[in-house]
Ligand binder design. Sequence first.
Ligand code: DSN
Length: 444
Amino acid sequence: MSILTRAPTNINAQDRELQQAIAAETRRQHEGLELIPSENYVSKAVLETLASTLTNKYAEGYPGRRYYGGQEHTDTVERIAIDRAKRLFNAKFANVQPLSGAPANLAVYAALLKPGDTVLGMDLSHGGHLTHGHPVTFPAKVFRFVRYAMGDPETGALDYEAMRQTALQERPKLLLAGFSAYSRNLDYQAFVDIGREVGAYVMADIAHIAGLIAGHALENPFDYGFDILTTTTHKTLRGPRGGMVLVREDAALAKKIDKAVFPGLQGGPHMNTIAAKAVAFGEALHPSFTRYAHQVCANAKTMADVLSARGLRLIGGGTENHLVLADVYGSLGISGSKAQDLLDSVGITVNKNVIADDTRSAMDPSGIRLGTPALTTRGFFQADCARVAHLLVDALEHSTDEDRLRAIRAEVRALAEAHPIPASFIPERRPAGRSQRTTVPARR
Ligand code: DSN
């Protein structure tokens, strides 16, 4: 059963204008191939939970210590979400209230830093994220962010000795690992060693790879002694839009983070979203999610191999996770924006992205970023992903050939229709639990 089978009947009757826009977006998602690596499809159970009566309830505070009455059910919901989050990431503490990734990161800064304190994080053009202290953000006006960069964009290797020297010189209070456009694994042990040497908290923003960690396809930074993880819940983790903060074991640290989230930064938590997070975490605890996570990586590697074989320069030389960053300007003379628009026109959605030391602007950079979480949710395997990668390069190489583009658009649509967006990811009903999990290698 496809997710398209659910019609929002009350909106149909009440607000035609809005219903048509939603229906058009649903159709766009159904008919196109979604390659933006931070996007995914949620299950019908998650969608239903988002639309539940929990949206009506104020619940400032935390389970067992709220400010308003009527919390017996919200407490149950939030406790389930916290418990599942802790099991997924092997954490002692979880705060599931952050509204998204930026507020989750801000909560950590607010909990641990004083104005003017230093944070060492990855340079944006080398894969880091805006919320890791880009000058346009509010945290950059309050705290002092310094940067580390890729030692070699061709291999993606970080220069950990250079990072250590910067840390020794700048004495950060917080050392930040994490990225939104970096395709290689990090040396978590090196981060922890540097952090301990300079007396910094060590945090990983795992927003992009949370599902791959939960599904045991990638390593968990907590296994190396990281203090804190932050994440969104809607990317590879395949839940509703939202964020969370996880603390490995320090109760005092967890308490500071709870206070920073509420009352420090937020008011009433979005209980419908917290419930939907709990549903998604339940799905991620199911053995099938392990297969999903491994398949996401296998599919991304296949795509990277094809793109590379077709002559695209890949930043980092390939991928070890779910995403690929391609220098389309350097390889084909097409800017990231032009490539994005052209691919939109054939039904393939990617995003333009800066590449390391980009000579072009952020609004019209040299790269495109793509990934496989959404395609994998639709049941794409390596052979299908190889075909998609060929179609993508075909479109870029024949950007002025209308007949060719029309044929590509038709094949994209056929591929999409052959892989409907699933309504559910749980093949059979069984109580979720880590003990049931198996490590199943990627198929095909
Ligand atoms: N916008 C998200 C991404 O695409 O990576 C991160 O904030």
